[in-house]
Design a protein around this ligand. Structure first.
Ligand code: NAD
Length: 473
């Protein structure tokens, strides 16, 4: 773990094994944090905050830029670690490292652009000045599916704003997060500015949530855990950013380039074996083009190669753990029992011996109130159904409590505008499945969360406005 600039063991000396989901074998072990370790990390972050908040923004920018460069230089090594920890294909892991480096680069610039405002006063003897100050010590908890990118989207804006941070990565992928924490340390971020504690959630998070010195939490994970943390945050009135689950609709209008749409949808769907919050999950295809869409989708999927993500020829790796595999298998079984049709996949591959693999699966005609269409299917399942008209499909797409990402395919500018404004989501892709980048805002509406990461908005989550009313006497 990284606490106060030092790589340390847990206070109890205990460690736990991290398992490679492609082989079911341990790849190493990390410390199992105790409450005392979480406390030590908060102590370190609190002390470091006194200095870091007053560090010149140009200096903060310089050091963040160095973090970005170091991460980029270590692309191969970090990418390999991501693939071993969570199973995604190596090309996807390299893409994640690249995106992570960009996030640090972006927020290096943002550190110098924390502008204030002068509000015109009602009379000449008064000045109204608004400035922005760092919120203080931040805690960050993340899911495993983008182990370094999700954490970077918290560390980089927090540190750019002048905050210090205590990070708890997921238990599945602590090594990759530690690798970027080491880059932070070696890039010259002072001791205590970035701290990482590893281990099981409850011990660390309960301690962090109860501590008054932690002024803000930023969480990426599921809706139920998000709700739990929001409840806990009430006790000490912490500021909160919640990046939670999704169940993204895709509307394919009859005028779309259907083959292109189907290919793009399936490639996005099975990225990281479908374990992506922004993953398209509910495909509403106009009834006149449904058959063509299903044919092109099936053709794309049957070409996909499953296997250990370290093999560069592999398109889709395993699910992250046996719990996820059980949940995905159960959801497919339930949706077939509930009357849907299996187009392809729907089982574990027979040719791969070990690992938590599941075939890329397409299911058609699931009913709107079925499990598959209402529960987030965090895995390689595409649910395709048809629609007749615009109002009907918008109502169905917006029917859930999720509101993270949504997508549409059309060649009509009018339909593109109408659909993107009618969809209840924080992010809408039109003729593209790309949902996030360092310079654009990402985040949800409804129960998919609060707050935004990325872009000029991301840093605001770590700043408090201060208004100074200056009377010139
Ligand atoms: P999860 O909520 O089970 O776990 C997320 C993190 O919270 C993990 O590190 C876990 O250890 C920790 N955690 C679990 N129980 C906790 C508790 N009681 N108190 C504090 N922390 C606890 O989610 P997951 O299965 O790891 O990840 C998948 C979910 O994350 C999906 O719902 C997905 O949509 C969501 N997600 C959202 C985004 C986004 O940006 N909106 C990005 C990635 C993943």
């Amino acid at each position: 773990m990284l606490i106060n600039g030092e790589l340390v063991e847990s206070a109890s000396g205990q460690r736990y094994d991290v398992i490679n989901p492609a082989t079911e074998e341990p790849i190493g072990s990390v410390p199992q944090a105790t409450t005392a370790d979480a406390q030590a990390a908060i102590d370190a972050a609190s002390v470091a905050f006194r200095q870091w908040r007053n560090t010149d923004p140009w200096e903060r920018a310089r050091r963040l830029r160095r973090v970005s460069i170091l991460i980029a230089e270590r692309t191969d090594e970090i990418a390999e670690l991501i693939t071993e920890e969570i199973g995604k294909p190596i090309a996807e892991s390299k893409g994640e490292v690249h995106a992570t480096s960009e996030v640090f680069d972006w927020y290096a610039d943002e550190a110098r652009r924390i502008y204030g405002t002068i509000i015109p006063a009602r009379n000449g003897n008064v000045r109204h000045q608004v400035t922005f100050e760092p919120v203080g010590v931040v805690a960050a908890f993340t899911a495993w599916n983008f182990p370094i990118l999700l954490m970077a989207r918290k560390i980089a804006p927090a540190v750019a704003a002048g905050c210090t941070i205590v990070c708890r990565p997921s238990e599945e992928a602590p090594g990759a997060t530690l690798a970027i924490a080491k880059c932070c340390m070696e890039a010259g971020l002072p001791d205590g500015v970035v701290n990482v504690v590893t281990g099981m959630p409850q011990l660390v998070t309960d301690c962090v949530m109860a501590d008054e010195r932690v002024r803000k939490i930023s969480f990426t994970g599921s809706v139920p855990v998000g709700k739990h943390l929001v409840r806990q945050s009430a006790e000490t009135i912490k500021r909160v950013t919640m990046e939670l689950g999704g169940h993204a609709p895709v509307i394919v209008h009859p005028d779309a380039d259907v083959e292109m749409a189907a290919r793009a949808c399936m490639q996005a769907k099975f990225r990281n074996a479908g374990q992506v919050c922004a993953s398209p999950t509910r495909f509403y295809v106009h009834e006149t083009v449904l058959d063509a869409f299903l044919q092109a989708a099936r053709d794309t999927v049957t070409e996909m190669r499953l296997g250990n993500g370290l093999d560069p020829e592999v398109d889709m790796g395993p699910l992250v753990n046996s719990r996820r595999l059980d949940e995905v298998s159960a959801l497919v079984e339930r949706s077939l029992e509930e009357g849907a049709d299996l187009i392809c996949g729907g089982k574990q591959p027979e040719t791969i011996g070990s690992g938590y693999f599941y075939e890329p699966t397409i299911i058609a005609h699931a009913k709107d109130d079925s499990s598959l269409m209402t529960e987030e299917p965090f895995g390689p399942i595409a649910a395709v159904s048809s629609f007749k008209d615009f109002d009907e499909v918008i109502e169905r797409a917006n029917a859930l409590e999720f509101g993270l990402c949504a997508y549409t395919f059309t060649q009509s500018l009018e339909l593109a505008h109408k659909t993107s404004s009618a969809l209840e989501a924080g992010v809408v892709g039109v003729n593209t499945m790309i949902a996030s980048s360092a310079e654009t805002p990402f985040g949800g509406t409804k129960q998919s969360g609060w707050g935004r990461e990325g872009s000029f908005l991301g840093i605001e989550e770590y700043l408090n406005a201060k208004y100074v009313h200056l009377a010139l006497v």
